[in-house]
Design a protein around this ligand. Sequence first.
Ligand code: IMP
Length: 194
Amino acid sequence: MVLATRNADKVAEIRRILRLPAGGLVSLLDYPELPEIDETGLTLEDNALIKAREAHRQTGLPCLADDTGLEVDALKGAPGVFSSRFAGPGATYADNTAKLLRAMEAVQEKNRRARFRCVVALKAGKREEWVEGNLEGVILREARGDGGFGYDPVFFIPQAGKTLAEMTLEEKNAVSHRGAAFRRMAERLAERPV
Ligand code: IMP
């Protein structure tokens, strides 16, 4: 099975979520010759399916793809499907987080709720399926912690009293949007293998 991403942070998390050994999950990092897949969809579901279908077409193997968005209530659901490009094409995690904190400078504590939504799509032959996992939290005013990636340092989980970047990988995977979605997909694959 191929994971349709070149994001090494995601590959590391997903390998642990699925309890696979190092080298036990092939991703597009192992196929450097294949062209980039354009994420042209307007929803997370669209983009997850676009990536899974295209990687399946390119490799001929069963493929899984994850598309994740941060939905901030005070920003009417933005950056959502545009989370990786919030601060423009080629933006770094730090650029995107800085833009998010600036956009929320005037937002009071009680209105800083947000969620990560992760859609995982499967494409194997004619079979197409997708599942979702969510994580609710609050956007802080400054970064805390140096684990995780992306918006993790400003995403606070009230029940845990920590940001995602203050958690170990095991702790993050136990509560995260990606952990929930991939565990759901693993159950589907156990019920009906590809
Ligand atoms: P995509 O699913 O590759 O389109 O990811 C969108 C963007 O959301 C990434 O570039 C990250 O900035 C952010 N992101 C995705 N997953 C996570 C996560 O688990 N924690 C923090 N940020 C994330």
